[in-house]
Design a protein around this ligand. Structure first.
Ligand SMILES: [Cu+2]
Length: 184
């Protein structure tokens, strides 16, 4: 359990701590044409770092509810109000492949979160948050909003199934801060 917590906290920061991967021996052969172009090499290093971070995310089952949306593609807007201790609406239906532009408004008097994931992932995440209640969330699938603040998430529901959004600040989920997304 201990190890899981640590790994999970690592996940939450995976998108922030981006370290370029050390080149593996033999890899240079593939990139020989790029060696004369320092500009491209830098891009390669940045991309490698990003891929490594993305892979780390994937290992922990990140983005279990689909994938970050593409701002160039059309999206349906859904306004969700966050309050003590619920969401409105509490159930959302979308079509598989549909992009949703969530406009999130915290109309309550304390901070709340909106984290899109499977129930299993959110429950695991909630365990980690008991140890670290002020864990920051700045990920494509979720955010924390202070009272009276608003935010946005663009999300593509690429998988069919039932997912959820919930607030993992200790006790909030238990008090009712959980909503359902049905993807058909
Ligand atoms: Cu909350």
């Amino acid at each position: 359990m201990e190890e899981k917590h640590e790994k999970h906290e690592g996940k939450c920061r995976a998108m922030k701590v981006i370290k370029p991967r050390k080149p593996v021996e033999g890899e240079n052969k593939v990139h020989t044409t790029q060696q004369r172009r320092p500009g491209r090499s830098i891009i390669s290093i940045v991309l490698l770092g990003w891929v490594t971070a993305a892979a780390a995310h994937e290992q922990h089952g990140g983005y279990s509810a689909g994938e970050p949306g593409n701002p160039r593609k059309p999206a349906r807007e859904i306004v969700v109000l966050l309050n003590e201790m619920d969401y409105s609406p509490a159930v959302i239906e979308v079509k598989r492949g549909e992009q949703i532009h969530f406009v999130l408004r915290n109309v309550g008097t304390e901070a709340h979160e909106f984290l899109l994931a499977t129930t299993a992932e959110n429950l695991k995440h909630a365990e980690a948050m008991k140890k670290n209640p002020d864990m920051e969330h700045d990920e494509p699938n979720g955010l924390r909003l202070d009272a009276k603040k608003s935010g946005e998430i663009l999300w593509k529901f690429s998988k069919a199934g039932t997912f959820e959004y919930s607030c993992l600040i200790p006790t909030h989920r238990e008090f009712g801060m959980v909503g359902k997304v049905i993807v058909k």
